[in-house]
Design a protein around this ligand. Structure first.
Ligand code: SF4
Ligand code: SF4
Length: 151
């Protein structure tokens, strides 16, 4: 399941609208609150969840994130520079963890327009733009080895 907005928390700031890569977070013209206009087009990227300053967006991820029926509540605290995650499982268990809002300075990640045009060979690569440089990994992305090579 995708995201949804707690109307009583949302103040209509529009941060989720600006950041959504799927362009599905919109502001309701009557109530001036955000809502997901096309839930089945949600990538569950959590960008809007992390950007919301009012802790107003909830998400129900797929089973690859946590067993179905869970709830993810996210609290962005700008002054602390952190995002706190609370995952509530169906059976009542709760997990909490905290991550930095970001680990790089604003403006230090070049936009695609600032990069060289990829070569024909690069277009066949499985690496994404900025990889592996943006991941701070020396020697390329880790790869799985065939079972015989692991023995
Ligand atoms: Fe858009 Fe991502 Fe939020 Fe889904 S989780 S509404 S795709 S920003
Ligand atoms: Fe509402 Fe949060 Fe979206 Fe702002 S970022 S419009 S408070 S849901």
């Amino acid at each position: 399941m995708p995201t949804f907005v707690y109307m009583t928390r949302c103040d209509g700031c529009g941060h989720c609208v600006d950041i959504c890569p799927s362009d599905i977070m919109h502001i309701d013209k009557t109530y001036r609150r955000a809502y997901n206009i096309e839930p089945n087009m949600c990538w569950e990227c959590y960008s809007c969840v992390k950007a919301c300053p009012q802790n107003a967006i909830d998400a129900r991820g797929y089973a690859d994130f946590a067993p179905l029926g869970h709830s993810v509540r996210v609290l962005r605290e700008e002054e602390k520079g952190t995002i706190s995650w609370k995952i509530l499982f169906q059976d009542g268990r709760e997990k909490n963890f905290e991550s930095p809002i970001r680990t790089t300075e604003w403006g230090t990640i070049p936009s695609p327009a600032e990069l060289d045009v990829p070569s024909a060979e690069a277009m066949k690569s499985q690496e994404l733009a900025h990889e592996p440089d943006a991941l701070n990994i020396d020697g390329g992305l880790p790869t799985l080895k065939a079972a015989s090579q692991n023995n």
